[in-house]
Structures are given as C-alpha cells and as structure tokens.
Design a protein around this ligand. Structure first.
Ligand code: PAF
Length: 282
C-alpha cells in the first residue's frame, strides 16, 4: 500500500493506478477504523479495480468545543488494517496540505445541511461537503463509499454530487453493528462500560419502532412516541432527536413507507452517538 501525504503524491499514485485499472473506488475516513470502515473497503474492493482510502481528521467539520482534539488517532493500526484489506493507496494529508493559508472556498449544500445533525452542529455539513468535494477532485474516483449510519451526511453528499455534477457513483453500505446491536462508531471508544450499556437504548428504540411498523403502524407521531418510551428507559442519556424523515430531503414525514428514514441522536456520557434504520419494503 502506497501512503501519500501530499496532494501531488496522491495524484501521481492515482494516475499510476489508472494506467492499468479502469475503476477506482474511494473510501474517505477520519481513521480510528472499525469493522464499519472495513466493510466499506471490502465493498470497494468488490466493485472496483483499485481502492484509495483516506485518513484525515477534518478540522472544518468540528465546531469549537467539539471533540476535534481528542478524536481518536491510530495511524499505525489503521495502516495495518487497510494494508491487510488490500487497499492500493492511502491518502493521509495534514491540515496544512488540505487547507493552505488563505483557503476561503467552501461547499454549502443549502437547507439539508441545517437539518438533523446539521441543526445541532451548525457548520458541520459545510465542513463535510467541502472536504469531500476536495477529496473527489483530488482522487477523481468512479465510486465513493459511505456508511448508512451517517444518514444525514449521505443525504448532503448525494445532493452535492447531483448539484455539482461530480462524475461518480456514491455507494451507501449498511450500518455494521456489534453483536448486541450497538452501531459501530469511532466515538464508541469514548464510552465507559456503563455508558456503553446505556448507549444500547438507541438501537433498542429503533428496533421497537421497526417492530411497530412491522405490526402495521404507519403514523410517525405514534411511532415516535413508541420510540421515546424506550429511550426513557435510560434517563441519563441526553436525546438530541428522534425523527422520521424522507432520506433525501431529511424533512419529517407524517406516515412511513418503504425507504423512510427513522433516525436518532443522543449524547451518552462524553459521546454524541447517532443511529438509524430504513423502513423495509412491505
Ligand atoms: O464520515 C466521516 O468519517 C467523515 O465525515 C468524512 C466523510 C470522512 C469527511 O471527513
């Protein structure tokens, strides 16, 4: 696996890959890799002829006071994991390489970026869209792989790809869970054993809503009440939102149908955690 630290090195490495191989898959990450990330790499390996992964803890998607400084950084371990998965190129720039002095251009996906996580984390999705647009321009992949766990991020990036005519397919891979249901997240590292136990209420609430939907309930207000009753079992978590929305626009829907997004965010101890499910076809 070739490790590129600069944009010039990354471009040269990708140009070399393109000499022999047609389809390039990109897996953007902020490191602290877990099985969720590795599932994206495996999907990219299956769909593409060559895989480029990136590790960059992007400062512009963290607001002041958020966890940028303490976000887990495990570069050596991550490299070993990516190498073992057969990644061809790892692009791991530093902040000065990605944002040279005077950088003043941003990508703003209006409206969607202010919903769900964007409402609680103003500016977050501007940072995400800007850095992902830059990665798309640097690597120019044919496919780019993201996790369904970050459903609002997926909606923002889908819209950006459409609006800015990026010539690539965005591939969304299922959320990977621990055996007890906890959605995998680099932020799970922040949890004590007790907090981790509390965090299970998020997936439990989603499963309960899924069961109510399977039993025929379609009214979002009733489903949210059912989910809130489960979330109340853990009064120490601080609920940010439990919403039932259209997965493209992130706007609330009155009734669920196939593909509707049921999504939750809560602060558990030091970690802000998110999780979601998509309503299956009937
Ligand atoms: O999902 C993430 O890890 C980040 O938001 C991303 C897409 C790598 C952009 O920094």
């Amino acid at each position: 696996m070739l490790i590129a630290k600069t944009i010039a090195e990354a471009r040269a490495a990708v140009a070399q890959l393109r000499v022999e191989r047609r389809c390039i898959g990109l897996v953007p990450t902020m490191g602290a890799l877990h099985e969720g990330h590795l599932s994206l790499v495996r999907a990219a390996k299956t769909a593409c002829d060559a895989v480029v992964a990136t590790i960059f803890v992007n400062p512009t998607q963290f607001a002041p006071g958020e966890d940028f400084a303490k976000y887990p950084r495990r570069f050596e371990t991550d490299c070993a994991l990516l190498e073992a998965e057969g990644v061809d190129v790892l692009f791991a720039p530093d902040a000065a390489e990605m944002y040279p002095a005077g950088a003043s251009t941003v990508v703003e996906v209006e409206n969607i970026s202010d919903r769900l996580d964007g409402q609680s984390r103003p500016g977050h999705f501007r940072g995400v869209a800007t850095v992902v647009a830059k990665l798309f321009n640097i690597i120019q992949p044919n496919h780019a792989f993201f996790g369904q766990k970050d459903a609002a991020q997926v909606a923002v990036l889908r819209r950006m790809v459409r609006d800015l005519n990026f010539n690539l397919e965005l591939v969304v891979c299922p959320t990977v869970r621990e055996p007890d249901g906890l959605a995998m997240s680099s932020r799970n590292h922040y949890l004590s054993a007790e907090e981790r136990q509390r965090a299970l209420v998020l997936s439990r609430a989603l499963r309960h809503i899924e069961a109510r939907i399977a039993a025929g309930v379609v009214d979002s207000a009733r489903l949210i009440d059912a989910g809130l009753a489960v979330l109340a079992e853990e009064p120490e978590i601080r609920l940010d939102y439990l919403r039932i929305v259209d997965p493209e626009t992130l706007e609330d829907v009155a009734d669920v149908s196939a593909g509707t997004l049921v999504t939750v965010a809560a602060v558990v101890g030091p970690a802000r955690l998110i999780d979601n499910v998509l309503v299956p076809p009937r």
